[in-house]
Design a protein around this ligand. Sequence first.
Ligand SMILES: Cc1cc2nc3c(=O)[nH]c(=O)nc-3n(C[C@H](O)[C@H](O)[C@H](O)COP(=O)(O)O)c2cc1C
Length: 159
Amino acid sequence: MSKRMLVTYFSASGTTRTVAERLAHAIGADLKEIVPAEPYTPADLDWRDSASRTSVEHAHREMRPALAEPIDVEPYDVVFVGYPLWWETAPRVVRTFLESEDWKGRTIVTFATSGSSTRGADGVQLHDSAPAAHWVNGRRIAVSESESKLAKWVEGLNL
Ligand SMILES: Cc1cc2nc3c(=O)[nH]c(=O)nc-3n(C[C@H](O)[C@H](O)[C@H](O)COP(=O)(O)O)c2cc1C
């Protein structure tokens, strides 16, 4: 039987959204956005400013920015979770999402976009936010990556 697949993503400036839309189309998955209750402004995204919102969230591992609305993963067997790499890890709001759902019997595959980093895209650091899930290591996806290459990648995962 074919797996029911969902692509979720958080995107502050649109790059991860582009990749997520292409991935969902490539594999025939549903698509849902992880939307923070409070959107990130350009000032929030200033990684050079140690007082910016992203810098403060990065410095405090326990911070969990609220979601605008929950995403129900119940109908799905496989959930892709996409995010931009911020300091080579996932934004804290991704953990808010992971920690608010029941992952027993579900597979999670991460993917990430970045300026250049690849570290953090495999999702290993996130396992403690959804220990009940079956985790499959993800990877960085370049914004230029084609739909056929994405489909091939997922095929190779043997989900
Ligand atoms: C706060 C912050 C930290 C970032 N840290 C990294 C990083 O460690 N390595 C990297 O290659 N890119 C880093 N970037 C760049 C983003 O990962 C990249 O622009 C990403 O594709 C943005 O995705 P989005 O448009 O979906 O938000 C950072 C960007 C921000 C705003």
